[in-house]
Design a protein around this ligand. Structure first.
Ligand code: AMP
Length: 141
């Protein structure tokens, strides 16, 4: 049976990571959020009740000490595709995390992530999909 309270590790506490970590914490999940810059944690909501880890996610030691081994979900949300790939592959294959979701800037790299068993959110692709709506006359709907 699935636990309703998940253990979630979020790498990157920028505009996206801080929002998703805050939402997950507010929903009652156990959250660890990791960033190389301590000042980034100021973006977390005042109700955030998880843990923060300061460290460079491009280093294996940071991933290990962020308790990825116990995670139900890992979000790789730094602003660097290579770092997100490193986090994702370590989480998936060294620590056996079932659900790994990465932010990928370069749409051309999305396939490499997917072939590694990582779910991808690509802001560029999402935005193009949204903008296509206007070409199809969506503004009149
Ligand atoms: P944003 O683009 O606003 O979503 O911010 C990205 C966040 O990722 C920032 O808070 C960065 O400090 C963080 N970040 C970038 N590279 C790393 C890294 N190697 N390890 C940990 N955090 C990182």
């Amino acid at each position: 049976m699935k636990r309703s309270r998940k253990f979630i590790v979020v790498f990157g506490c920028g505009r996206i990571g801080s929002a998703i970590a805050s939402v997950a914490s507010m929903k009652g999940h156990n959250v660890i959020v990791v960033d190389k810059d301590e000042r980034s944690f100021r973006r977390l909501s005042s109700e955030f009740s998880g843990f923060t880890v300061v460290g460079d996610a491009a280093e294996f030691e940071t991933i290990k000490k962020s308790q990825v081994a116990n995670a139900d979900i890992v979000f790789a949300l730094t602003n660097d595709d290579s770092t997100n790939y490193f986090i994702s592959v370590c989480s998936r294959y060294i620590f056996g995390v079932e659900k790994v979701v990465a932010r990928v800037y370069d749409p051309a790299k999305a396939k490499i992530f997917e072939e590694s068993g990582v779910e991808v959110v690509c802001p560029v692709t999402l935005m193009v999909e949204k903008l296509r709506f206007y070409i199809d006359g969506g503004d009149k709907l």
